[in-house]
Design a protein around this ligand. Structure first.
Ligand code: NDP
Length: 329
């Protein structure tokens, strides 16, 4: 038996989340690698799954947890053997396949990547999908030609998980980072991660004109909706916007003007189905660029049984940085 968060459906269709005991027979048969999970995390999507606020869970009952790090216990997959340290991010785990907010998970070997040399499970999960997505966004900006000397780079949703790691990575890469936040009380925190300036997100979240004063050489947006539309409208000629989130909304109330008049590039970033080579590159970059001290400033640790308390908080934008879950705690 092992401990897990289990999601079931109440008669009225609402989601019930509880800390319970499962046995191996309840794990998904299609998995070919059994992993002892050391740490998991609470991302925004885990918040949606645990509260049932959005239909991210497609199979019931479900163990949530889109991220896990731990050690292989048993494997029939040729790439993995007992004792290997592995990371899992996405692939529908915690949505259609039982996830990692549990002491044990049965996963597909093709989904796993090796733990970067010298990285602990806790560090990997302090980074988690949010941090790995922030790195995918930073890689997208660099690949589309945004260089530190080109000018300011905007990060929206800056005090959240994706935002905090994006601020830290981009600042460490030499960019002048402007952090947009609804939590101005966290300005010192954002500056300690490397933000050169902190701005009130209210200036970006209301409907704006299709073309605005050019300011940003690049943007990492985890917010969507009017914030993304305004960020695009303020991007400089030829600049790049990496869009990965929807914390304000899934809509994109914008015009084509920035694309056809300023050659602005809007790059979609997805972590869930990203190819394995891309993941390995992102995690290798994270291992070499993410300073332990910075990551510690971003991270709060919680125990498995506390996941239900924190799920609504992350959806309300009330979590600073990253939540790492000690599943044995
Ligand atoms: P967090 O909740 O940690 O961060 C989101 C941040 O967005 C909040 O902290 C807040 O920052 C800001 N925010 C919240 N609500 C609003 C609002 N109504 N209007 C404007 N800003 C708001 O979540 P994560 O960092 O884990 O995820 C961020 C987004 O990225 C989510 O939408 C998530 O689904 C998405 N995501 C997408 C991935 C992908 O593969 N494409 C992978 C990972 C995440 P502040 O107070 O500083 O403004």
């Amino acid at each position: 038996m092992f401990r897990a968060i289990l999601l079931t459906k109440n008669d009225d269709g609402s989601t019930r989340a509880e800390l319970t005991q499962l046995d191996d027979a309840q794990l998904p048969p299609e998995g070919d690698v059994t992993v002892a999970i050391d740490y998991s995390t609470i991302n925004y999507k885990d918040g949606l799954a645990i509260t049932g606020k959005s239909p991210v869970v497609r199979k019931w009952p479900m163990v949530p947890g889109i991220d896990g790090a731990g050690t292989v216990l048993a494997s029939s997959h040729p790439d993995w053997k007992a004792g290997d340290a592995v990371i899992l991010n996405g692939w529908g785990v915690g949505e259609t396949h039982m996830g990692c907010l549990a002491e044990r998970a049965k996963l597909k070997g093709d989904w796993l990547i090796p733990m970067p040399h010298g990285m602990s499970s806790r560090t990997a999960m302090a980074i988690g999908t949010a941090g790995y997505t922030a790195m995918l966004c930073a890689m997208a900006l660099a690949e589309h030609g945004v260089k530190p000397e080109d000018g300011e780079v905007l990060v929206t949703g800056a005090s959240g998980g994706v935002g905090s790691v994006a601020v830290a990575i981009l600042a460490a890469r030499g960019y002048k980072v402007v952090a947009s936040t609804g939590k101005l009380a966290e300005a010192d925190y954002l500056k300690s991660l490397g933000a050169a300036e902190v701005i009130d997100r209210a200036g970006l979240s209301a409907p704006g004109k299709p073309l605005q004063k050019e300011r940003w050489a690049g943007v990492v947006d985890s917010v969507g909706s009017h914030t993304l539309a305004n960020a695009v409208a303020q991007t400089r000629y030829g600049g790049t916007v990496a869009a990965c989130g929807l914390a304000q909304g899934m809509d994109f109330p914008a015009s084509v003007a920035p694309f056809i008049l300023r050659a602005v590039k809007l790059i979609g970033v997805d972590s869930v189905m990203a190819a394995k080579e891309r993941r390995v590159d992102a995690w290798s970059n994270l291992a070499s660029e993410m300073q332990a001290e910075t990551l510690e400033r971003i991270t709060q640790e919680i125990a498995l049984g506390e996941a239900m308390d924190w799920a609504p908080k992350i959806l309300a934008g009330g979590v600073r940085g990253r939540l790492v879950v000690d599943v044995r705690g």
